[in-house]
Design a binder for this molecule. Structure first.
Ligand code: NAD
Length: 491
């Protein structure tokens, strides 16, 4: 028996107006995980009505009280971490240790944003006039729409839900159709923690129907989107004057200089390139190596890759899980064929794995030139390209010759190289002597160039996306004072 899950609208679990459902499956073995409501515009309309009504009282709940609910959610999630991690692995495929990491990130952001309830700082600043007081404070936007991908099915929704709720917004959450069970369980947990009826609404269904209805809805004040560049561009086109936050793709480089600790660099490339089966926005997909150490690096890399065990992520012995679906397998394999056609040298992998699920071999191309498509386009799978360079200047130049700018990394023991990379690499994140992945929730996360539109998630900046600044002037002089008018100011 496959369980059928429902939308959560106005405090109730209800069916979609369409009466239709879709199936979510386990990518490791294609077994059904659950049936979910195939939402449409009517469901979004109902959710917007509920959220608009709930916003009126939610915005007036003191932020520290809102924080108490988030803290409770963190505590419940901590107790159920293993259960949630197994759901992540079952529905999304990542290995169980990473499933736990996905859940831990949600615990961390709930705790962090709970604390933000006692800050939500504005500024005070002197006035240019006497007997006048100036300050700013933060207000919620109103009803916001959250649209999320499948690759961090608990962490990414939590990264958006926590700041949206602590700022006093009410929310309509539309998760990826590849991971609706994770979303449903997370929403149920927040409701259990005490989020009032109508403040948090869940509508599942396709991007074109549910996602677009959310993006176009005139009563929605903000859209926070994480996903592909193609969809991000579409959202900007249809969102009108709403606040839009976009966290899009990446093509993240690791530079390895001739003075690097090569063993450390190899471990970083394996983790960055094949962790989460390469399905992270911060995955390392370009390895830019100093030509003097390229041969040695490649030999060590291959020694490590040969030991990787590909399989069902639920097994403790698995290092690399499946891809998310058949379309992803075809996309990754398509890039293997492109790489070969472009003249890159296939060092390892490049084949489907004949198993029950969506498995693909960890793949490495060498002798890649920076302009090849495999070095320019986001593959979003276990495929890395090695590019040789002669010095740090060329390495940084190759790094930057790309449309994206999310994460980046350099392995070096030379402080000049390290600081040149920190200063010159065009990316939102640069790691020194660590891989391209592993963000912490109290630091801002996001990219430059076509990775987004400048918003940052997490950290103190995470609340900017979900709040407006209000500016206050209090004049206690008891007379008319005019700013910028000289004769009033001069006494
Ligand atoms: P996707 O763009 O296909 O889907 C993301 C979400 O958008 C899903 O919920 C989907 O249903 C919805 N959607 C699809 N079409 C829509 C439309 N027309 N209108 C509104 N919503 C629509 O992305 P994906 O395959 O789920 O995720 C992979 C992508 O996400 C990669 O490009 C990856 O780099 C990116 N990503 C970025 C970050 C980041 O923080 N920068 C983090 C994780 C993933």
């Amino acid at each position: 028996m496959v369980t059928t899950y429902k939308h959560h609208i106005g405090g109730k679990w209800i069916r979609s107006f369409s009466g239709k459902t879709f199936m979510s499956i386990n990518p490791a073995n294609k077994a059904p995980v659950g049936k979910f409501q195939q939402g449409n515009r009517q469901d979004i309309d109902a959710a917007v009505r509920a959220a608009t009504s709930a916003f009126k009282s939610w915005k007036d709940v003191p932020a520290p009280k809102r924080g108490e609910i988030l803290l409770r959610a963190a505590q419940i999630l901590r107790k159920r971490k293993e259960k949630f991690a197994r759901i992540v692995t079952k529905e999304m495929g990542k290995v169980i240790s990473e499933g736990r990491g996905d859940v831990q990130e949600a615990i961390d952001i709930f705790e962090y944003m709970a604390g933000e309830g006692r800050r939500l700082f504005g500024h005070t600043t002197p006035s240019e006039l006497r007997n006048k007081f100036c300050m700013t404070f933060r207000q919620p936007l109103g009803v916001v729409g959250l649209i999320t991908p499948w690759n961090f099915p608990i962490a990414i929704p939590a990264w958006k839900l926590a700041p949206a709720l602590i700022c006093g917004n009410s929310v309509i959450f539309k998760p990826s159709s590849d991971t609706p069970l994770c979303a449903t369980k997370l929403v149920a947990l927040l409701i259990e923690a005490g989020i009032p009826s109508g403040v948090l609404n869940l509508v599942t269904g396709s991007g074109n129907d549910v996602g677009m209805a959310l993006v176009k809805h005139p009563s929605i004040r903000g859209i926070s989107f994480t996903g592909s560049r193609t969809v991000g561009e579409k959202i900007v086109q249809y969102a009108g004057l709403k606040r839009v936050g976009l966290e899009l793709g990446g093509k993240n480089p690791i530079i390895i200089m001739e003075d690097a600790d090569l063993e450390l660099a190899v471990e970083g490339v394996i983790w960055g390139g094949f962790g989460t089966t390469g399905q992270r926005c911060t995955a390392a997909s370009r390895v830019i190596v100093h030509h003097k150490v390229k041969k040695q690096f490649e030999k060590r890399l291959l020694d490590h890759i040969k030991k990787l065990r590909v399989g069902d992520g639920i097994k403790k012995t698995t290092d690399v899980g499946p891809l998310i679906n058949q379309k992803a397998v075809e996309k990754v394999h398509g890039y293997t064929l492109i790489g070969k056609q472009e003249g890159a040298r296939l060092l390892h992998g490049g084949r489907f794995l004949n198993k029950k699920g969506f498995f693909y071999e960890p793949t490495v191309f060498s002798d890649v030139s920076p302009s090849m498509r495999i070095a320019q386009e986001e593959i979003f799978g276990p495929s890395i390209s090695i590019i040789a360079v002669k010095d740090i200047k060329e390495a940084i130049d190759v790094c930057n010759r790309i449309e994206y700018g999310l994460s980046s990394s350099i392995y070096t023991n030379n402080i000049q190289n390290a600081f040149l990379a920190i200063e010159k690499i065009e990316a939102g994140i640069t790691y020194v002597n660590a891989s391209t992945i592993g963000s912490e929730v109290h630091l801002p996360f996001g990219g430059v160039k076509l990775t987004g539109n400048g918003t940052r998630e997490a950290g103190i900046e995470g609340i900017y996306e979900f709040s407006e600044t209000k500016t206050i002037y209090v004049d206690y002089s008891g007379k008319l004072q005019k700013a910028q008018i000289d004769d009033v100011m001069v006494r």
